[in-house]
Design a protein around this ligand. Structure first.
Ligand code: SAJ
Length: 419
């Protein structure tokens, strides 16, 4: 049996390598020539623990190879990005391109699975595209189709946590939506080669919505925590104490506020729900807006601290006030700066305030381009020595360990409750 995986990013490459490690002949396809060459040398172009070992061994043993164009296979998994456009409408261009690339090599009996997180209706849209390219094949194009078809179409959303992908690919339960019950069964047969969790079968629309629901659920709950943090601040209440007390109720579990919500999923996926049903998804939209507004609120807080220092020391020039940002990553204990509210806050600080900017980020060795020449990367000691204001943005383990020292600092804006 053979598998072609379209897209060799954070989901596609681990998925391709994991199936190849189960002795399936896997061809991974990407438009990025550098990625294709790197993988064919048994190396990886992204950061994910344990992925390098699996890619190296499966390429060496001949089970995994990468290519710029797809080849014929028994099953196809599409794992390409689904970003949104400026107007928060989903952009399905990558799915459409992947479908048009595999259409010429499809043959009777093949299975096509969309794994990309997608708005409801995207799998049907993809199937319609395939049908247009291949009028000679009978392809199910509507959710809950009935009858016999030549191609099996399913949606099986990925739900792995970056940093734990190789383990979660195997251990997590999978939701598998089929265009027909048989399509779902066929996809289940494939995933069972790899997945030790349960494979739960449903239709494609429900599977699409299940994935969006998981991330929107988390977004709404984080938004509640973020809103509480702003209310508590206004009322001069310690939000961390407040949440820990409320969470002592047996049916309450408030999440943790922060400087905003980052990453490539939780800040994007809820918009896919809003885009389909804008008049109904009021809470989902409000949560997105609360979380997106949190970085501005943090910037205002820092602005107030800068103003306070200027008032207390009228001779001190604002240019001589030093702010140290602790953390740039989008969440604790990773080096991933993409879509990070902490990074955006640091960049805005550098652009808006003439004060000096220091950055402490133990997980990186050089500043990203957006901060180069605007800030200086330093260690904790040097920041504590030189900063007038400490802005705690990410609760990295290193900062928690040093909490008692940081606490002695007079001006700290702690967005994560580290102190
Ligand atoms: N965050 C808070 N407070 C919290 C929890 C998280 O502010 O209490 C922030 C984080 O700092 C980060 C953002 O939310 O900026 C997202 O982090 P995360 O750890 O909640 O999630 P991701 O984006 O790394 O991964 C999520 C996961 N989804 C769920 O937990 C429901 C993962 O399982 C999905 O596979 C992934 O999205 C995805 O690819 O969709």
């Amino acid at each position: 049996k053979s598998l072609t995986v379209m897209g060799l990013g954070y989901i596609g490459l681990p998925t391709a390598a994991a199936f190849a490690s189960r002795k399936l002949k896997v061809c991974g396809v990407d438009v990025n020539e550098h990625a294709v060459n790197t993988i064919n040398q048994g190396e990886i172009h992204i950061v994910e623990p344990e992925l390098d070992i699996v890619v190296h061994s499966t390429v060496t043993e001949g089970y995994l190879k990468a290519s710029l164009t797809p080849e014929s296979a028994d099953a196809f998994i599409i794992a390409v990005p689904t970003p949104f456009k400026g107007n928060k409408q989903p952009d399905l261009a990558y799915i459409e391109a992947a479908a048009s690339a595999i259409a010429p090599v499809l043959k009777k009996g093949d299975l096509v699975i969309l794994e990309s997180t997608s708005p409801v209706g995207a799998t049907e849209h993809m199937a319609k595209g395939l049908q247009e390219f291949r009028p000679d094949l009978r392809i199910p194009v509507s959710n809950r189709s009935s009858g016999e078809f030549d191609i099996y179409i399913s949606h099986c959303p990925e739900r792995v946590l970056p940093g734990h992908v190789m383990r979660e690919l195997v251990e997590n339960d999978r939701v598998i939506g089929g265009m027909t019950p048989k399509c779902a069964e066929k996809a289940k047969e494939l995933y069972e080669l790899l997945v030790e969790g349960e494979c739960l079968l449903t239709d494609v629309r429900t599977a699409e919505m299940a994935k969006l629901t998981e991330n929107a659920f988390r977004d709404v709950n984080i938004a509640f925590a973020n809103e509480l943090s702003m209310i508590a601040d206004r009322l001069e209440i310690d939000v961390w104490e407040l949440i820990s007390l409320a969470n002592r109720h047996p049916r309450v579990n408030v999440l943790q506020p922060g400087c905003g919500v980052g990453g490539h999923c939780i800040a994007v996926d809820p918009w896919f729900i809003v885009s389909r049903t804008p008049e109904l998804a009021k809470l989902t939209r409000a949560a997105r807006e609360v979380n997106d507004s949190k970085p501005d609120w943090v910037l205002e807080k820092v602005g107030l601290e800068i103003a306070r220092i200027s008032q207390l020391n009228p001779i001190k020039d604002v240019k001589d006030i030093t702010v140290a940002c602790f953390g740039l990553a989008f969440k604790p204990d990773i080096d991933d700066l993409r879509e990070s509210p902490a990074l955006n806050i640091a960049v805005s600080l550098a652009d808006r305030h003439p004060s000096k900017l220091l950055v402490v980020e133990p997980n990186i060795s050089k500043l990203p381009r957006s901060l180069m020449q605007k800030a200086e990367l330093v260690d904790i000691d040097s920041a504590l020595e030189n900063a007038d204001i400490i802005l705690l943005l990410v609760d990295h383990a290193e900062f928690k360990e040093q909490a008692s020292r940081i606490k002695q600092f007079v001006r700290v804006v702690d967005t994560r409750g580290v102190l």
